[in-house]
Design a protein around this ligand. Structure first.
Ligand code: GLU
Length: 766
């Protein structure tokens, strides 16, 4: 674009001094006290020169910076310098060729925001796709020679076959200033030829010969006044004058005319130009703004969508983070473009060296507005970027292979009951046998005539000898029965309760044995983080090499974690770049992976031979990262809080963790081990047995005392003597035979026989 550096005879292009004047007038209207003059190359320096002349010694403080087209299209360094300077007013003077890239990169480094004001001294802004900047809220002002709404321009657009409104490319006019000027020049030439005519002669391009009538023709041209596409065409000393620039401002609806600038009358605006020094206090709205959202691919936060058809744009991605942004966008009305962060490093920020990496770096550099993935909120990152309120809580834990089952043990039949139950079972067995033996001795019906054909026996036998009592208990316990059948009330009560007891105990044993045999207790080499630190079982371990988990161990002061950090420093081969690599290593065996609990949960639900070992080592959260002091942070936080309170976040978590692509692995711990039955389970049965034994004892004693009382009355002897005599017989444990006929007693034992015999007969009839 020739902007008229050399002085030609006539030049249709506005003179640099006019461009400088427009810049000055707009800057003054904005009350700029300083600005950065960002120019493309030496070709544009005359404008700066004119500007300096206009301001003389007064005027705003101007910082001059050059962005060079020679730098392979990378202007970020100079744009970053603009950002680092305190100047938020920028005048960009450059070619239409470089302008889109400059604006794009300015957006990437974060200087196309509402904090910045621009005057773009390029007459072709309407020919550039401004879609990405329309919602930036940056105050972008420019000027142009003609409006796409002019009827002549519209006609020309039509004649040239352009669509009237190039919506697809988001430009308002396909006609460039150069085209319009050329059009006007041709028209002017044609007009001039109408006035005068010269005979033209052929010229040789390779020599210096000129058309001798050229100067005269030029003078004629300069004198003709014409209304062209670019306005009034009028020259003074070869410089175009008496024409108007349209002042335009970029809004979310596109370029909007806000005033005019005339070579004579200067700037006239249709509204008050906002002063750059006045900070808008209005409600910041995200509606219709477009943000770049950086995603790091890590399931289930962000994943590439599987599809049979070719996907494009945002629809290529799915996951929790993707849904989260969609929900926020729906609530707040903003648009977004997903970009993928290819580095596995989510990023850190070193406050001392001011060096940032990963996603954090991208956001700090302004190349993304938001960063979403399993990005942990850490204090270190917070000094470089801001985070939203946490949207998910987690902690570090251990991912390990599910413990393998033990080989069956020789005495695994003992497993259904705890040791305590077995001990009490033994005590119950002996206790009942002994009780039966004693009650048998007390109970007259248990004393039997050993020779049933002898009607008047001399001695009586007790079937419940100690051996028989033990045999009876054994038979009952093993549910096999025995030929011994208690006859007295007391012994029968005791036997009944013991049978009830054995029925329940045996049923419980059988039921639990089945469970114990099918689900043998699994064993794991490691049970907690201490086992890892102690290298129990020689298990190797590691974490994601560039992540907050690794950093936790680097910064911890716990002796176990210090030990683990030293191990990880000494064994870098155990660290991984991604979580997936960690999972693969765990599946390879003899390796435990220190991972965030949410990721463990996700993998354990899908890979059934993985499990989480031990508790959480810390507590932290994920958040969405954004530029420091990003003005929309509060709005995003409010929306996030609403999503949390309405249960949308937990629903989304459930969807991506437990519904999409789960393998149906069960994580219930009781499935892995059958519990032994202990006293808490069986205590009640023991209690019932004890109560039954006491009832039986009471029956036995009452029965016995009643028998002694009857005997004493029958034989007219004192109750005490009879009791003494009977007691001796009962405690004569060695003797299981009762002598019926005896003369050694204070009263004839003979006399007892009738009653005893009668008693035993009576009871056998029962
Ligand atoms: N969430 C971690 C981070 O933000 C990555 C995974 C990890 O370190 O375990 O760095």
């Amino acid at each position: 674009m020739n902007i008229g550096v050399e002085k030609p005879m006539i030049n249709l292009h506005p003179h640099p001094s006019h461009i400088a004047q427009v810049i000055r007038d707009i800057a003054d209207a904005y009350t700029w006290t300083s600005f950065t003059f960002l120019y493309e190359s030496g070709e544009f320096l005359p404008i700066l020169n004119e500007l300096m002349d206009l301001y003389k010694l007064g005027g705003p403080f101007i910082t001059v910076r050059r962005y060079d087209l020679q730098l392979n299209g990378n202007y970020r360094a100079v744009l970053r310098r603009v950002r680092k300077s305190d100047d938020s007013n920028v005048v960009i003077v450059g070619s239409t060729q470089s302008l889109p890239e400059v604006l794009k990169q300015a957006k990437q480094v974060g200087i196309i925001t509402e904090d910045y004001n621009y005057i773009i001294a390029n007459l072709d802004l309407q020919t550039i796709d401004l879609e990405d900047f329309r919602h930036s809220e940056a105050n972008i002002t420019s000027f142009r020679l003609f409006s796409p709404d002019q009827p002549e321009v519209k006609k020309l657009i039509q004649e040239l076959g352009y669509p009237e409104d190039d919506n697809e490319r988001n430009i308002t006019c396909p006609i460039t200033t150069e085209m319009a000027l050329l059009y006007d020049a041709v028209q002017l030439y044609a007009e001039t030829t109408k006035t005068i005519s010269f005979r033209t002669i052929p010229l040789n391009c390779s020599d210096a010969s000129v058309w001798d009538k050229g100067e005269t023709f030029g003078n004629y041209m300069a004198l003709s006044v014409k209304e062209g596409l670019t306005g009034n065409i009028f020259f003074e000393a070869g410089i175009r004058t008496d024409y108007t620039f349209e002042i335009v401002e970029l809004t979310s609806a596109g370029l909007n005319k806000v005033g005019t600038w005339h070579t004579e009358n200067g700037l006239t605006t249709s509204r008050t130009m906002p002063s750059s020094d006045v900070v808008s206090t209005g409600e910041l709205s995200l509606a219709n703004k477009t943000f770049t959202v950086l995603l790091a691919l890590n399931a289930p936060h962000a994943m590439l969508k599987q599809s049979t058809v070719k996907l494009s744009g945002n629809s290529r991605y799915e996951g929790f983070g993707v849904d989260l942004i969609k929900e926020l966008a729906e609530k707040l009305g903003f648009n977004f473009t997903f970009n993928i962060h290819v580095d596995d490093n989510y990023g850190f920020y070193d406050t001392i060296t001011n060096v940032s990496t990963g996603m954090v770096h991208e956001i700090m550099e302004g190349r993304a507005d938001l960063g979403v993935t399993d990005l942990t909120i850490t204090s270190e990152r917070e000094s470089g970027v801001d985070f939203t309120i946490p949207f998910m809580n987690l902690g570090i834990s251990i991912l390990y292979q599910k413990p393998r089952k033990d080989p069956p043990k020789l005495f695994s039949f003992m497993d259904p009951f705890s040791g305590e139950v077995w001990v009490y079972l033994g005590l119950a067995y002996f206790g009942v046998s002994l009780s039966l033996f004693i009650l048998g001795r007390l109970a007259p019906p248990e004393w039997d005539n050993p020779f049933p054909c002898i009607e008047d026996p001399t001695e009586l036998d007790n079937q419940l000898s100690l051996g028989n009592s033990l045999w009876f208990s054994t038979g009952s316990l093993l549910q096999q029965g025995s030929e011994i059948a208690p006859k007295a009330l007391s012994t029968r009560v005791l036997a009944s309760f013991f049978w009830l007891f054995t029925t329940i105990v045996v049923a419980s044993y059988t039921a639990n044995l089945a469970a114990c045999l099918t689900l043998e207790s699994p064993t794991s080499l490691i049970n907690d983080v201490k086992d890892l630190a102690d290298r129990k079982g020689g298990v190797n371990y590691g974490a994601k090499s560039k992540g907050s988990t690794r950093n936790f161990f680097k910064n911890s002061e716990d002796p176990n974690y210090i030990k683990m950090n030293e191990y990880m420093i000494a064994h870098p081969e155990q660290l991984t770049s991604t979580n997936e690599q960690g999972v693969e290593k765990v599946l390879g065996g003899n390796y435990a992976y220190l991972m965030e609990s949410t990721s463990i949960e996700y993998n354990v639900a899908r890979i059934c031979n993985l499990t989480q070992i031990g508790r959480l080592l810390d507590e932290k959260s994920y958040g969405i990262a954004m530029r420091k002091n990003w003005p929309y942070r509060d709005k995003i936080n409010d929306a996030l809080l609403e999503l949390q309170e309405s249960g949308v976040l937990s629903k989304m978590k459930n969807k991506w963790w437990n519904e999409v692509g789960t393998g149906g692995c069960t994580t219930k711990s009781e499935q892995s081990e059958a519990a032994k039955l202990g006293m808490p389970n069986l205590g009640g049965v023991y209690f019932v047995l004890l109560v039954g034994s006491l009832i039986a004892a009471a029956c036995g004693i009452i029965d016995w005392l009643f028998f002694v009382f009857r005997k004493a009355r029958h034989y007219q002897v004192p109750f005490k003597d009879a009791l003494k005599e009977e007691f001796k017989i009962v405690v004569d444990f060695e003797n299981n035979t009762k002598i019926v006929r005896s003369t050694g007693s204070i009263y004839s034992r003979n006399s007892f026989s009738t009653i005893e015999a009668n008693d035993s007969e009576e009871s056998s009839e029962h």
